[in-house]
Each structure stands twice: as C-alpha cells, then as structure tokens.
Design a protein around this ligand. Structure first.
Ligand code: GLN
Length: 331
C-alpha cells in the first residue's frame, strides 16, 4: 500500500466521526509521527508491514472516539508541547485565553504584588508546531522576567521581609497536566508557583511536563474541597470542574468516555462548589491586592461573579466565542 492509498482509506474509515479538515490535520500529524516523512513530498512511499499495523491500530482507536492527543500522548498549549494521558483533561482553547489574560494582567500589575520591582525583557519561547516538529520556531513571545532584586519597602504586614518570602506566589487549583502553572512559571520565572490536584496520576503527568519545560513547581496532592490551604498566596488561578450534572447530555461521548470525568463534572449537584470555596478561602488565603483568575461555566456567569462581591475589583469576561467564561477579581 502506498501512502496515497492509505490516505484515501484513512478518510473513508473515519469520515463519519471527523470533518474533512480535522481528518487532514490528524492524518498529517500521525503520518509524520509514524513514518517520519512529509506525506506531500512522498506520495509513492510504500508502507512496511509494521507501519501498516501501526496505522490500522491508530484507525481503530480514532474510530472509537479516542482523542488523537491521547493516542499521540502529547498536545500543544500556548505554543508549548505537553504530555497528556487519560488522567488529565486535554487543554482547551479557552484555557489558553485564561492564561493569556493572566500573563497580561500580572505583567501590568506585578509591581503591586508585594512591592516587586519588575523588569520586562525580550526573550524567545518556542511555539510548538505539530506539523513542523518541535524544532520549529513558529512564533516569538516576550517573556516578562521579574528580577529577584526587589523593593523591600512594601510587604503585606508592613514589615520588612526576606527577599525569598517577597517573591509573588501563585497557586493553581486542580492543575491536571500542569499547563497553567508551567506556562506562568515560564513567563514569570521569579514567581513561586504551586499547583495542587486531587489526582496523584494527574500530578505524575504534571511533573513530567514541568521537567520537559525545565521549571520548578511545587506540586502537591490535595482534595481542595475537603481541606484547608496551608499558606497565603498572591495569585490563585483555576480551571476547576464546572460542568453540572444536568448538563451531562450536552457533553460528547468522546469527552465523557476518554477524559477524566473528575476534571470535568462538579462532584456535587452544585456546579459552583469550587468557586464558592475559592471565594471563601480568599478571605484567609489570598494576600491583600491578591488576584483571582478563573475559568467558569458560561451558563453561570452572573451567579459566579456574585460570589466575589466582597472583592474590591471583580470582572466577568467573555471568551473569543462571546460566552461568559472567566472571572478576574482583586481582593
Ligand atoms: N471546557 C471544558 C469542556 O467543555 C470543561 C472544563 C472544565 O470543566 N473545567 O469540556
């Protein structure tokens, strides 16, 4: 079988489940991964028996709805490569928007967080491109780097503090594959970033991702809803499970069958349970001027916003599709 014949078979077998453009994308990702060649310049390439077996296994997995990112074992988020498996949510574009918003907000206001002296320098980050492989430099981004040399003037208590304790601290609640925490640490290397998850298996992937990106994150396993935080933070960020039990029928089988339900569905009949606890915890565990960045259920925008009524600033923000999707609040 030539690669050309294989392409036709691939499309025929999978056209019920995927659109034409999805199929072209998935095909080109896997052909490069399995055969290590550019399919366009090798249309007469003859597949070996081993390659044919790999490809027919791939078709079977895709046919039952397994996300291609899980088959591949990796995905892209915010231009970076991340490992994924069945224990973590596959990153969604909305979460990229959350991270983008947090980066911009933190860049503008990190002076106010603990009297930090912050300098922005140009740097390059590799934007991962599946079609090109991880060597391509698709896009350059500015990375804001906050110097460890800080103003000693301001601290939460008004007392002088050691430089170490003056580092702004971030907590990512329900980190999953660690994407949010890792991207933030990459952009703000002098911030102390912690990330918790209830799932030890998810944290395994998160640690692997932190290693891949060479960042130090304090990962810990904790059941957020049934425990207390141990310290105060300057920033709390989270994309908690926010799908209500009554919305189950709206979620595709592929998501329900292959992604961890614990990361998607609220564990109780109250879909706002995580947001209620985050808003309440902020009274004791968020420093003055501390910030909260949250991804939310688009149907509960106003209700979620109300939970933050005691914050001096609170905003309900829309995603690119025009849905209420994020809360940004300052204590
Ligand atoms: N946005 C995700 C989805 O619709 C849900 C993410 C979440 O529950 N935090 O699949």
């Amino acid at each position: 079988m030539t690669i050309f014949e294989f392409k036709n078979l691939f499309k025929k077998e999978l056209s019920k489940r995927y659109s034409e453009s999805e199929l072209s994308f998935i095909y080109s990702v896997f052909i490069k991964k399995i055969l290590g060649i550019n399919p366009l310049s090798n249309i007469h390439y003859q597949l070996s028996i081993n390659e044919k077996t790999q490809i027919s296994n791939l078709i079977s997995e895709l046919k039952i709805g397994k996300p291609y990112q899980q088959i591949l074992g990796e995905t892209e988020f915010y231009g970076m490569r991340f490992f994924v498996d069945e224990n973590v949510l596959i990153p969604r574009p909305e979460t990229e928007e959350l991270v983008e918003f947090a980066i911009n907000e933190l860049r503008d206001s990190s002076y106010e967080l603990r009297g930090l002296s912050c300098e922005v320098r140009d740097s390059k980050i590799q934007r991962f491109d599946f079609a090109q492989g991880d060597k391509s430099l698709k896009q350059e981004a500015n990375i804001s780097t906050c110097h460890s040399e800080r103003s000693r003037r301001i601290s939460v208590t008004g007392k002088k503090q050691e430089a170490k304790s003056q580092k702004p601290t971030i907590l990512d609640i329900g980190t999953g594959s660690g994407i949010i925490a890792i991207v933030l640490k990459k952009y703000f290397p002098d911030f102390e970033v912690s990330a918790m998850d209830i799932s030890e298996n998810a944290l395994k992937i998160a640690r692997k991702n932190a290693e891949l990106h060479n960042v130090e994150i304090n990962f810990f396993c904790q059941d957020f809803l049934n425990s207390e935080l141990n310290e105060k933070y300057d920033v709390i960020i989270s994309n908690p499970p926010y799908i209500g039990i009554d919305e189950t029928s709206e979620i595709s089988d592929s998501v329900k069958d292959f992604e961890p339900n614990i990361a998607l569905f609220s564990p109780t009949s109250d879909p706002l349970i995580f947001y209620r606890k985050i808003a309440k915890d902020a009274e004791n565990f968020l420093n003055k001027n501390g910030m909260i960045f949250l991804e939310i259920n688009q149907k509960a925008g106003q209700k979620t916003l109300e939970l933050f009524k005691n914050f001096k600033e609170k905003h309900l923000l829309k995603d690119l599709s025009g849905n209420d999707r994020f809360i940004f609040a300052v204590l």
